[in-house]
Design a protein around this ligand. Structure first.
Ligand code: SAM
Length: 245
């Protein structure tokens, strides 16, 4: 997989050794073997990347990078039963929390993957196979010397766009102004993407009412930061690019 230029790893996350709560451990033991997979096993070939087999059907597929504690994942999966969702996260307590939410809501359209979403996209997700990619409140890495750890940078966005089917959507949200500007610049420069909100003030997408307010967003609002949504669509191969006036 991956005829595109080699893409260096992005150190976008830190490995946190956090113990699971009793409830999380219970959910993990009960549900992980059935619903969870390790990205490492998919990369090594120990297990196939096979969403059709995981879900037992063919349906539009949305991949979320960094599902955190799973609030948005579970709410959006509940709101879209005809769509299958893959949540990729490195933080185990978050994955366990998502397993609890899925059990509570009796949802079966979410598969959980533990590990690096960038490697997964590059090595295993076929080109033009996703209806959507969501990245809500990615770690902002605010210090200048850490900006290289930000997920949303040119090579990554080209990779992500290539995995979207034509018309597929890349949805980003952040509360860090500098990162929001970087996201806009990087996505605007990616020739295979177009900004669905180009006609909106500033080119920002209106905040969709269906995106739940997570604790990251609550804190941002409390601290007076502006939350930006960005919604880019993968162009159809023959669609001409609009020229700037
Ligand atoms: C700031 S949190 C936001 C979580 C959630 N999206 C929300 O809105 O509440 C960012 C999450 O992205 C995860 N993450 C960062 N880089 C990742 C990668 N390459 N693959 C998978 N998860 C990643 C981190 O572990 C962290 O949980």
């Amino acid at each position: 997989m991956g005829a595109e230029a080699p893409h260096p790893p992005i150190p976008s996350f830190v490995h946190q050794r956090t113990r699971l709560t009793e409830g999380q451990q219970h959910a993990w033991d009960r549900w992980w073997p059935e619903r969870g997979r390790d990205v490492a096993d998919l990369l090594s070939g120990a297990e196939p990347y096979d969403p059709q087999a995981w879900f037992g059907r063919t349906a539009p597929l949305v991949l979320e990078i960094g599902s955190g504690m799973g609030e948005s994942t579970a709410a959006l999966a509940a709101a879209a039963p005809d769509v299958d969702h893959i949540a990729v996260e490195v933080y185990e307590p978050g994955l366990a929390q998502l397993l609890m939410r899925l059990a509570d809501l009796d949802l079966h359209n979410v598969a959980l993957l533990r590990g690096d979403a960038v490697a997964l996209l590059r090595e295993r997700v076929p080109p033009a196979s996703l209806a959507g990619i969501r990245i809500f409140f990615p770690d902002p890495w605010p210090k200048r010397r850490h900006h290289k750890r930000r997920l949303v940078q040119p090579g990554f966005v080209a990779l992500a766009a290539s995995r979207l089917e034509p018309g597929g959507l890349l949805h980003l949200a952040t509360d860090w102004d500098h990162y929001a500007q970087q996201m806009r610049a990087v996505c605007d420069a990616e020739p295979t993407l177009e900004n669905t909100a180009a006609g909106e003030p500033g080119g920002w997408a209106p905040r969709p009412g269906w995106r739940p307010v997570t604790k990251f967003e609550q804190r941002a609002l409390r601290e007076g930061r502006t939350v930006r949504d960005l919604l880019y669509r993968r162009r159809h191969a023959d669609a001409p690019r609009a020229h700037a006036p």
